[in-house]
Ligand binder design. Structure first.
Ligand code: FAD
Length: 497
């Protein structure tokens, strides 16, 4: 029988530049060097947790060919007329921005918000570079012997990613070492080692490259950590993750691949793993370099990452709505919804979700075209929303746990329910309001995976720091939100003029 992908490809009168899940999986079997738990993998799919995560991502590729998800995940590229992934859509208007949000909401729901770097995240950084194209066009390489055309490279990279339905990871931060010593940071700093025909060679390390081992490319730069980034470390670039000299060391995995989906509805889906990425004399071709040697381009982290940060906030809003849904279901199955104090606890989760949505909509409503004519969400709203989202996250998790009472801990598993000797006790003693004991436990298992298990622990830590911890976000608010108008109002009211 012809697959949906094959059908779409044969009937469409336009080119369809989308990969199937199988094609995506095949693209990962490329000799990439990855270690998990000290063991080198022959293929990235040899590790169960990475493999389950890859299956989940592959299903997102297949969804592109379904009627249900085609609109959320694909669009017709105005430049080429081809059907391509929305991940690479460049929003030029407010409507484009709303449309681009569809794939963020889609990938957030698909992973229950547990993948902070789904396939549509890293392209948002490439789009961020495009948003400042005139700036990057005006910049020149300060590394002798290598003179990339940054603007042309940015445009070509977007076309390359779009036409190949590419997935990428992004690593902007450096490894954690002695922060008090510039030497500590410099030892691991990714930098240009030599220039040769057609490109440069870089060595150093990038850290916490979430999803790197499960993607096609890595998009990188150096952020913060040292007061003045030396010219040879001022770089924005991208290389395939299987490039010679790249070695990935994965952290301990935390999901439950292979578990019965009843027991672990979310954690059985695997995870996006995080990797320390060693660059040992890696060749970066001239055409994949978007800045080289110019420290002023490094200050564009905030503006360039605006679209990625909009993604982060939108995903958290979607996840907050899942917390509301889960909370209401808990009240329903426990029969606690008539208790005012319980209603108040759910009210707090609703407030969180509504507030995050409001920040997303406000950032879009206040969006403005950048110098490169890309419609960019308002950074002040995004940063305030992100700060609110991470400050309240632990309390919201705790409140949802609180609503569940003993049910969140006293979970027994499908095998116990199916055991003829003890299953009837569980079924008879633990039913909820209008639902069986098993249905009640299934809901608790979902809440466990979202709030309490090892996967939820990693995700909570991720939310706290993945796109800058709270103290840095407060600093950004101080530096980026204009107060002149407010000050003028105070002066007027106080009679200071
Ligand atoms: C699970 C996970 C996934 C991640 N994924 C990615 C990814 O995909 N790509 C990527 O680029 N990065 C990723 N990150 C890294 C993230 O960007 C960093 O953790 C974050 O920038 C904080 O840097 P650090 O961890 O090196 O903190 P450190 O520099 O070691 O500092 C520790 C703490 O001190 C405080 N602090 C330090 N310096 C300052 C300062 N100047 N101002 C205010 N407070 C400060 C903060 O509270 C900070 O958390 C991920 C992190 C985690 C935990």
């Amino acid at each position: 029988m012809e697959s949906a992908a094959g059908k779409l490809r044969s009937v469409a009168d336009r080119p369809v530049k989308l990969k199937t899940g199988a094609e995506f999986k095949a693209s990962l079997d490329d000799g990439r060097q990855i270690w998990v738990g000290g063991r080198k993998l022959d293929k990235v799919t040899d590790d169960p947790a990475l493999s389950a995560g890859i299956d989940l991502i592959a299903s997102m590729f297949d969804d592109q060919f379904t009627e249900e998800f085609a609109d959320a995940t694909t669009y017709e590229d105005p430049q080429t007329g081809a059907i391509v992934s929305r991940a690479w859509q460049v929003p030029r208007t407010l409507k484009d921005l709303e449309d681009r949000r569809k794939i963020i909401e889609y990938s957030s729901l698909k992973t229950a918000g547990t993948f902070g770097r789904p396939p549509d995240l890293a392209p948002a950084i490439a789009v961020g570079l495009l948003a400042y194209l005139p700036t990057f066009r005006a910049k020149k390489s300060l590394i002798e012997g290598c003179s990339p055309d940054f603007a042309e490279n940015i445009q070509n990279y977007i076309a390359f990613g779009r036409d190949n339905n590419l997935t990428a990871s992004e690593s902007l931060t450096g490894p954690q070492n002695d922060r008090s010593s510039p030497k500590g940071v410099e030892a691991s700093l990714l930098r240009v080692k030599s220039v040769e025909k057609g490109g440069i060679r870089v060595s150093g390390a990038k850290t916490v490259g979430s999803i790197s081992a499960q993607a096609n490319e890595i998009f990188f730069t150096n952020l913060g950590g040292i007061r003045e980034t030396p010219a040879e470390a001022c770089i924005w670039a991208s290389v395939p993750i299987n490039a010679d000299g790249i070695r990935m060391i994965s952290r301990e995995t935390v999901s439950h691949p292979g578990a019965d989906p009843f027991d672990h509805p979310v954690a059985s889906l695997g995870e996006e793993a995080d990797q320390l990425i060693i660059f040992d004399n890696v060749f970066v071709p001239t055409e994949r370099i978007f800045n080289l040697g110019d420290p002023t381009a490094m200050q564009y982290y905030g503006p360039v990452c605006t679209f990625a940060h909009w993604h982060v906030l939108t995903r958290l809003a979607v996840k907050a709505e899942l917390f509301v849904g889960a909370g209401q279901l808990v009240l329903d199955v426990l029969g606690t919804s008539h208790i005012p104090a319980v209603q108040g606890m759910l009210g707090e989760i609703i407030e969180y979700a509504q507030t995050l949505r409001a920040f997303v909509y406000a950032a879009e409503a206040k969006a403005k075209p950048t110098e490169g004519e890309v419609m960019a969400p308002d950074v002040g709203m995004l940063t305030a929303g992100r700060l609110y989202s991470i400050q309240h996250y632990p309390r919201i998790i705790h409140t949802l746990q609180e609503l569940c009472g003993q049910g969140l801990v006293m979970r027994f598993g499908k095998a116990a329910f199916e055991n003829p000797e003890i299953g009837h006790y569980l079924r008879d003693l633990l039913p909820g309001k209008g639902v069986s004991a098993m249905a009640k436990e299934q809901l608790m298992n979902f809440v466990w995976d979202m709030t309490s298990g090892s996967l939820a622990g990693r995700v909570a830590l991720f939310e706290n720091v993945n796109a800058s911890p709270a103290p840095r976000l407060r600093e950004r608010l101080y530096n980026e939100v204009k107060r002149d108008g407010f000050m003028a109002q105070v002066k007027k009211l106080a009679g200071m003029e």
